[in-house]
Write a protein that binds this ligand. Structure first.
Ligand code: IMP
Length: 193
């Protein structure tokens, strides 16, 4: 029988990525929506790890089931690691507005200084008190302009050398193979086997 894990997210893209990696390991992923849970958990941590633990623990307290949460974001070297844990709230508006805000901030920064990485921390909390945390990163360069239609968030400007494309130009399989969340999930997988 599949073991059940509740994912502390309503982000459909993340849910799909989590499912694609955990299903082959025999885990059935439930969403907050599946359990009719509607909570807004404040991300008060200063690191991705702290925020993922805060979210996973909050849902464990409600469900008493194994819960996983991720916290992720983009760190741009030329901006001292911004937007970091504030990636989702970098400016008001849509993902597109945030991409444009980032491009504007980097408009005078030459290509060789546009290095960046996505970071994902995933925490899995079990009712017996066990906690597993895994972190993954993916290195890239912030492109001069948005390209591609896939993915979400900053994908259209996150250029990866190994494909010569932005994340938004990759299929979800290609992205999962190298992404920060994919790498964090592979790390988590090693700890679960
Ligand atoms: P979280 O939902 O609190 O983890 O916020 C993550 C934010 O970081 C998202 O809203 C995006 O802006 C950005 N982000 C995280 N992962 C990705 C990704 O795989 N592609 C594009 N943007 C991402």
């Amino acid at each position: 029988m599949d073991r059940k894990i509740v994912a502390a997210t309503n982000n459909l893209n993340k849910l799909r990525e989590f499912k694609e990696i955990l299903a082959p390991l025999g885990y059935q992923l439930l969403s907050l929506k599946d359990l009719n849970i509607d909570v807004d958990i404040e991300e008060t941590g200063s690191t991705f790890e702290e925020n993922s633990l805060i979210k996973a623990k909050a849902i464990l307290d409600i469900t008493n089931m194994a819960c996983m949460a991720d916290d992720s974001g983009l760190m741009v070297d030329a901006l001292g690691g911004e937007p970091g844990v504030y990636s989702a709230r970098y400016c008001e508006g849509t993902d597109k507005d945030r991409v444009n805000f980032l491009l504007e901030k980097l408009k005078d920064v030459p290509r060789e200084k546009r290095t960046a990485r996505f970071v994902s921390a995933i925490t899995l909390c079990f009712p017996d008190g066990d906690i597993i945390t895994a972190t993954g990163t993916c290195e890239g360069i912030i492109a001069d302009e948005a390209k591609g239609e896939n993915g979400f968030g900053y994908d259209p400007v996150f250029f990866v050398e190994q494909y010569g494309k932005t994340f938004a130009q990759l299929t979800s399989d290609q992205k999962n193979m190298i992404s920060h969340r994919g790498n964090a999930l592979f790390e988590l997988q090693k700890q679960l086997i």
